[in-house]
Ligand binder design. Structure first.
Ligand SMILES: NC(=O)c1ccc[n+]([C@@H]2O[C@H](COP(=O)([O-])OP(=O)(O)OC[C@H]3O[C@@H](n4cnc5c(N)ncnc54)[C@H](O)[C@@H]3O)[C@@H](O)[C@H]2O)c1
Length: 349
C-alpha cells in the first residue's frame, strides 16, 4: 500500500517531489500547499489538489508524509507543525539554519513519535559514490587529499537564495550537500579543523561561493568548494591516495584512476621547462603506473523515498539519520565561525 504525500512549497523542488510522486512505487500525491495563489492555481491546472491553507493540508488524515520544499528559513516552523499534526516529515536541505533549531525539530519528532529526515538526495550521485568506493577499497592506498568542487558561471540565483534572512548563500545551498558527502566518504573519522572563506562577487549579503577546508582526525584533508563565477570549471573530484591519484571530471564522467605499480624508476627522462630540466616533475608512464576506470555504480535517487517509507513501517532504519544531520549543521556553523574570525577553527565533529 502506498503512503500519501502532501507537499508544502510548490516551486522548483516541490515540482521535483511532485514528479517523483507521480512515478513512485511507494508514495502517491494527495496534494500540495503553496503560500502563493498562483502556484496553487498552477497545481490545479495540472489536476493536482491544492489545499487552501497549510492547516487544511495538515488536517487531511489520509496524508502521512509531508515534504517541505519552501525557502530554507521556513522549514523549522512547518516541520514542527506537521510533526505535531501526526505527520512524518521530509525537509528539503538545508534542514534548517542552525543546530539549536535542528535540535527542536529532532525533539518534536521524538515527542510525536514520527519519522523526520532531510532530503540529502546527492548521496545517490554517481561522482560521489565512486569517490566513496575509492576511499573504502583503499585500491590506491589510504586517501589523504580529497577535493570536491562545484563550479558554475551564472552567479547566485536572484531569488531568496541571495537573501540572508531566508538562509541564502552557497554554503547553505550546495555546501550542505558537499559536506554531507564528505562525512559519508570519510566515515571513519571526526573533523578536527575547519577553515572557510567566502566570496562575494555577485552578492554582498550572502556568500556566492566558498572554500571550506576540513582536516579530519585521521589526517585526511578534504576541500569543499563552490563557485558561481567560474567560466572554466575545475574537476568535480580530485583525489590523492598514497599509491595513486584519481579524477572525476564532471557529473556524469567516469572516475579515472592512475595507480602506482613501482615507486622507483631508473633513467627518468627529464621534462624541459623554461628555466631548465626537472626529473622530479617528469610525468610517469605505463612502466610504473596503470590507468583504469571505476565501474559506474548503480544508483536510484528514488531509494530515498523507498527507505523513508520502510522507516515509517518500522522495516528499515532511516538512511539520513538525525546524528548525521546534526554533524552537517555543526560543520556549517563552524564554517560561519571561521569566516567571521578569518582563521581556522578547532572542532571535534
Ligand atoms: N535537494 C535538492 O537537490 C534541492 C534542489 C533545489 C532546491 N532544494 C531546496 O528546496 C527548497 C525550495 O527550493 P526551490 O528551489 O524549490 O525554491 P522555489 O523558490 O522555486 O520554491 C519555493 C516555493 O515555496 C513557496 N513558499 C514560500 N514560503 C512558503 C510557506 N511558508 N508555505 C508554503 N509555501 C511557501 C514559494 O511560494 C515557492 O513556490 C529549499 O530549501 C532548497 O534548498 C533542494
Amino acid at each position: 500500500m502506498k503512503h500519501n504525500l502532501g507537499i508544502v512549497g510548490f516551486g522548483g523542488m516541490g515540482g521535483w517531489h511532485q514528479r517523483h510522486a507521480f512515478e513512485s512505487d511507494v508514495v502517491s500525491l494527495a496534494g500540495i500547499y503553496d503560500i502563493k495563489e498562483e502556484r496553487r492555481k498552477a497545481a490545479e491546472e495540472m489536476g493536482i489538489h491544492a489545499y487552501p491553507t497549510l492547516e487544511a493540508l495538515l488536517a487531511d488524515e489520509k496524508i502521512d508524509i509531508v515534504t517541505i520544499a519552501t525557502p530554507n528559513d521556513s522549514h523549522k516552523e512547518i516541520a514542527i507543525k506537521a510533526l505535531a499534526a501526526g505527520k512524518n516529515v521530509i525537509s528539503e536541505k538545508p534542514v534548517t539554519l542552525d543546530t539549536a533549531d535542528l535540535q527542536e525539530m529532532i525533539d518534536a519528532s521524538k515527542k510525536y513519535g514520527k519519522i523526520f529526515s532531510v532530503h540529502q538526495n546527492r548521496r545517490w550521485d554517481i561522482d560521489f559514490l565512486m569517490t566513496k568506493r575509492l576511499y573504502d577499497s583503499k585500491e590506491i592506498g589510504k586517501l589523504f587529499n580529497i577535493e570536491s568542487r562545484i563550479h558554475g558561471s551564472r552567479g547566485i540565483p536572484g531569488d531568496w537564495r541571495g537573501k540572508k534572512e531566508h538562509g541564502g548563500g552557497m554554503l547553505y545551498d550546495w555546501g550542505v550537500h558537499l559536506i554531507d558527502q564528505a562525512l559519508q566518504v570519510v566515515s571513519d573519522s571526526r573533523v578536527a579543523e575547519v577553515f572557510c572563506r567566502f566570496d562575494h562577487l555577485t552578492n554582498k549579503e550572502v556568500d556566492d561561493g566558498f572554500r571550506m577546508d576540513m582536516i579530519f582526525e585521521n589526517g585526511v584533508k578534504y576541500l569543499v568548494e563552490v563557485g558561481t563565477y567560474n567560466f572554466i570549471s575545475m574537476p568535480r573530484f580530485y583525489i590523492l591516495g598514497e599509491m595513486g591519484s584519481a579524477i572525476v571530471r564532471d557529473w556524469q564522467d567516469k572516475c579515472e584512476v592512475v595507480r602506482c605499480k613501482e615507486w622507483y624508476q631508473d633513467n627518468v627522462t627529464p621534462v624541459v621547462t623554461a628555466a631548465g630540466l626537472t626529473k622530479t616533475m617528469a610525468p610517469r608512464d605505463s612502466l610504473t603506473t596503470e590507468t583504469y576506470y571505476i565501474d559506474r555504480p548503480k544508483s536510484d535517487v528514488h531509494d530515498y523515498y523507498r527507505n523513508f517509507c520502510k522507516a515509517i513501517e518500522g522495516k528499515e532504519e532511516q538512511i539520513v539519520k538525525h546524528g548525521e544531520m546534526m554533524r552537517v549543521m555543526k560543520l556549517i556553523e563552524a564554517g560561519f565561525e571561521s569566516v567571521e574570525k578569518n582563521m581556522p577553527v578547532k572542532v571535534s565533529i
